[in-house]
Design a binder for this molecule. Structure first.
Ligand code: GLV
Ligand code: MN
Ligand code: MN
Ligand code: MN
Length: 428
């Protein structure tokens, strides 16, 4: 008797907001940089501590917890018909260097609270409900974004790449995973792959990371599509030498090649003519990094995205052509031009969109359809499950910096929409 669906029960969807805020603050304290910044990198002590914290909360919410070989965490609430494909929700809790408290975390702690909300209501799911905490949505440590969800979606290319993937301290992926208690012998990373049809639906709650909802005073964003991300690593090599003794005509400066390529990235992005095309050089390293030494090596990492995949691919090809030309003109070697990922966009599923819309309406929350310019684990979950995302406003659209903030009222609204959406999907 799903009396929960009646209007009276909807008004009693009771989110324990104060407690949720306390958990968000507590999780933020597991950081390698001082507050208000948060830095939580894959498989570090802080990451392991955060995992323990969240697994404990999942246990308290009555979920049965398991982890896969790379540390994706699953918390399951068994439904009345446990043989049916489950409905899942979740996000990540790794945090890039000097970022904020809310990216990913709202979709993890908020999901646990959504389950608690449904339990307090006496709701009985038909399909099982599962929370997934994804390993390494952020590419910080190994340069690979959405590592956990990409693997879950069955990426053979990633499986292969992980055999030789190392971090910048030359620690291999497998050794790092082992140090955090994962990838135990015999290491079988294919076990992370999801079986086809494992989930009937996947919904991720996330801060918008853009300014639209706040600017327009709208409570809930219903994501219809996720923009297509790509990333490239480039290395230039020159002869280096003494900054005083080597005269300008005799130089082949790898640093200047990198600088020129960074400007070329901006130029090619702007040439697309669309406001939706973006490109960023977020990593630029010079070797040996001494004021009186001409850079003999340079390393760039380039992020480019668009809602239009083909247009993004044109930009990538132009960047490649520029890298070749710059190397030639400057007499440096283009030692590496590696496309790390070149992902297509993802579309949300109609039925999940309808469930999110109807939940927002039931709760009398203003909502609008929008696209996600950031990527999320949902980009990969869409390959194996009908997918949808719920956005909430965040202060000035700030994200990936310490000033990132969402009000507890907005988070509470998001948790309610998530709870009701999960309930609806679980009864289908
Ligand atoms: C996710 O963190 C992204 O960079 O979009
Ligand atoms: Mn992020
Ligand atoms: Mn995120
Ligand atoms: Mn490199």
């Amino acid at each position: 008797s799903p009396s929960w669906a009646e209007a009276d029960s909807l008004f009693s969807l009771s989110v324990e907001s104060e407690n949720l805020q306390k958990q968000i603050d507590e999780l933020a304290s597991f950081s390698d940089t001082p507050a208000p910044s948060v830095t939580r990198i894959l498989y570090t002590d802080k990451d392991v501590t955060a995992r323990r914290y969240v697994k404990n909360l999942m246990g308290l919410a009555g979920l049965s917890v398991r982890e896969d070989a790379v540390g994706n965490i699953f918390g399951r609430w068994e439904g009345l018909e446990p043989e049916l494909p489950a409905v899942a929700t979740g996000s990540h809790m790794d945090a890039i260097p000097y970022s904020g408290k809310y990216d990913g975390v709202v979709g993890v702690l908020g999901a646990i609270e959504a389950i608690n909300v449904l339990r307090r209501l006496g709701f009985k799911p038909k399909r099982s409900l599962e929370i997934i905490v994804f390993t390494s949505e952020e590419p910080t440590r190994f340069g690979i974004s959405c590592l956990g969800s990409r693997l879950m979606a069955g990426s053979e290319a990633l499986l292969k790449a992980l055999e030789t993937t190392i971090d910048n301290q030359n620690i291999s992926f497998v050794d790092a995973a082992k140090s955090a208690g994962y990838a135990q012998d015999p290491v079988d990373i294919t076990s992370v792959f999801l079986k086809k049809g494992a989930y009937a639906g996947f919904v991720e709650l996330h801060i918008e990371q853009g300014p639209i909802l706040e600017e327009e005073g709208v409570s809930i964003g219903i994501v219809t599509a996720i923009a297509a991300p790509a990333s490239i690593k480039v290395d230039f090599e020159g002869s280096g030498g003494h900054a005083g003794a080597v005269l300008m005509p005799y130089r082949n400066d790898a640093g200047l090649a990198a600088a020129e390529l960074a400007l070329a990235v901006e130029k090619h992005v702007l040439e697309s003519g669309s406001i939706d095309t973006v490109g960023t050089v977020g990593i630029l390293q010079l070797h040996p990094g001494a004021i009186n030494s001409i850079p003999s090596k340079s390393h760039l990492e380039i992020d480019t995205r668009d809602i239009d995949e083909e247009r993004r691919n044109v930009v990538m090809e132009k960047i490649r052509q520029s890298a070749i030309r710059i190397a030639k003109d400057r007499g440096v070697k283009l030692a590496e031009f590696k496309i790390v990922n070149q992902d297509p966009p993802a579309l949300s599923d109609e039925s999940v969109i309808r469930a999110m819309e109807s939940a927002s309406k039931d709760l009398k929350l203003s909502h609008k359809l929008m696209i996600s310019r950031a990527y999320h684990d949902s980009l990969f979950m869409a390959r194996v499950s009908p997918m949808g995302m719920i956005f909430i406003p965040c202060y000035k659209g700030y994200s990936h910096k310490p000033e990132e903030h969402s009000s507890i009222q907005d988070i509470t609204n998001g948790v309610k929409v998530l709870a009701l959406t999960l309930a609806k999907l679980s009864l289908k």
